[in-house]
Ligand binder design. Sequence first.
Ligand code: NA7
Length: 537
Amino acid sequence: MNSAERAGQGGEVDVVVIGAGFAGLAMANRLQENGFSMQGFEAGGDVGGTWYWNRYPGARCDVQSMEYSYRFSEDLQQQWEWSEHFSPQPEILRYAGHVADRFDLRRHFRFHTRVLGARFDEARGRWIVATSDGAETVARFLVTAVGCLSASNVPDIAGLDSFQGLLVHTGSWPHEGVDLAGKRVGVIGTGSSGVQAIPMIAREAAELTVFQRTASYCVPAHNRPLDPADAAKIKSDYKAFRDHCGKQFGAVTGEPGTKSALEVDDAERKRIYEEAWARGGLSFQGAFYDLSYDMKANDTASAFFRDKIHEIVKDPETADKLVPKHRLGVKRLCIDTGYYDTYNRPNVHLVDLKQEPIERVTETGVRAGGKDHPLDILVLATGYDAITGPLLRMDIRGRGDRRLRDDWADGAQSYLGLGVAGFPNMFIVSGPGSPCVLTNMIYSIEQHVDWIADCLVHLRTQGLNLIEADETAQETWGEELNAMAAGTLLATGNSWYTGANIDGKPRRFMIHLDYPAYVGRCEKVAAEGYSGFTVAP
Ligand code: NA7
């Protein structure tokens, strides 16, 4: 009988894992390897997490395929073949399915089952996990692997419920697909998801109207078939490649520029920007080393984008609307395929919501700036209640019935982004306070999963049953994060990194900004017998 069957029969498991995305799968694999019993829960019908839900046209990873994959198995990384430089969603989902099959992980999960809440029973030292199927599962440890971008943000726009056409969110795209041919489609939102979907929708729809509140900085992906010679070169010493990634900011390849944008003349600056544009991808932001903190340097990047957009977009008025008004680096850079050029199509219309705000959604479309835009399909590309949203949508209660929602009412607090004071035996994969979304997620997920698995093995070996972050360690960690983020564009900006995209969400930047240093800290904590945590029998 496997662990899932035992739990299904009212038995107790060592670990409950919430989520069967890349974090949940990696966790299940490590628990299985180390002989822990587990019960996993997954709201979706299969593995894949983000990639299970985000099936909108054009959905693609913005980290290169050879990097955005597991490193825990040499055989897996040698044998799996990616077809494109940046993988499309269906291929990433196939990969998740392959990993689940190959390591026999599906049996640990109950699918179509949402965790509603979990409470720590202090007397028994157990987590009681309540699920949407009405069951309760008892576990010694709780691991949340719920993803950072899995709680969709459906904005509170007047009349949204009254729309009689098809309303879809990019983060929960219908599995059967959406027939766009000949339709009048509207897209609200121009972050990474909107920027990927808009060029694809434009090709199929009769008319596409884009409702833009904030223009994004978009750099071409220059996606292409993966060159087998490039893949073979990496595979000839994949470990060295992974180790190199792990030493970079964000755990992705790409050396940051060595020059200041202000130390070169105009011609040289343009040449370097053009080179970064031609290379494409997120590394654009490292074209010069000072773009993130020297505002004069940053201004040169904005000027480059302004000129580029005007070069590509033929109608100057539309180009003006597409030029970002905020600084590069405040929000996540978008990686696109033909985004700006899409606005040269006669069937694409741009509504600048700063000039023509949405008044309401009507039965037949969107009314903005006093004008009705009739639509058959309305796509919300409006993002996520990021990082904390997926955790707080569950009712998690720790010692003395304290609620995570209350503890985090003024912003998330954690120690290492892995543990929370007052919530013993609970681990968060990619939690607030860790580098999470500012890394190659699969890479940092594996670091977290390994740390948690090693910790569980340590507790078992030492005959210990309890681990809990100390309040003081948690406070100090929060202060360190604040000091690290102080004054950076990322931390002060109006973005989902800071919670600014969700009405009423406390503004707090909860991302560790130095991946390699972070790993060292986690290792040190473990080597010191889990310093900053209380461990007890
Ligand atoms: P993002 O990056 O949060 O983008 C959401 C977009 O939706 C953004 O342009 C928002 O404008 C817009 N938005 C949100 N609410 C509204 C309302 N009420 N009215 C008009 N426009 C609105 O989410 P994505 O899904 O694109 O990307 C998330 C991450 O997934 C991405 O960074 C990658 O890491 C993968 P705003 O900027 O708030 O003015």
